[in-house]
Design a protein. Structure first.
Length: 83
């Protein structure tokens, strides 16, 4: 059963609160336009510890998703630093 992941900003901000003694950082994996296969998603989440997140309901081209993801995550990390 598929559940829609939370917005990327919420994921980053939630993680920042748990790591108050360390500078916030994020590692991002941008999937292809077709989405991750079930096997790829399992590896990222279960074996690598990634948290699933989305950038919105639209399907973005990979180059657009990278720039959008960096902007959203950078803003969320700045928000974490200012708290």
């Amino acid at each position: 059963e598929y559940t829609t992941p939370p917005p990327a900003r919420e994921v980053v901000v939630a993680r920042c609160g748990k790591q108050s003694d360390v500078a916030p950082l994020a590692i991002v994996a941008i999937g292809p336009e077709r989405g991750w296969t079930d096997g790829e998603a399992t590896v990222f989440v279960n074996e690598c510890g990634f948290k699933s997140a989305m950038l919105g309901s639209s399907t973005l081209r990979v180059d657009t998703a990278v720039m959008t993801g960096l902007a959203v995550i950078s803003a969320a990390l700045d928000e974490c630093k200012s708290e």
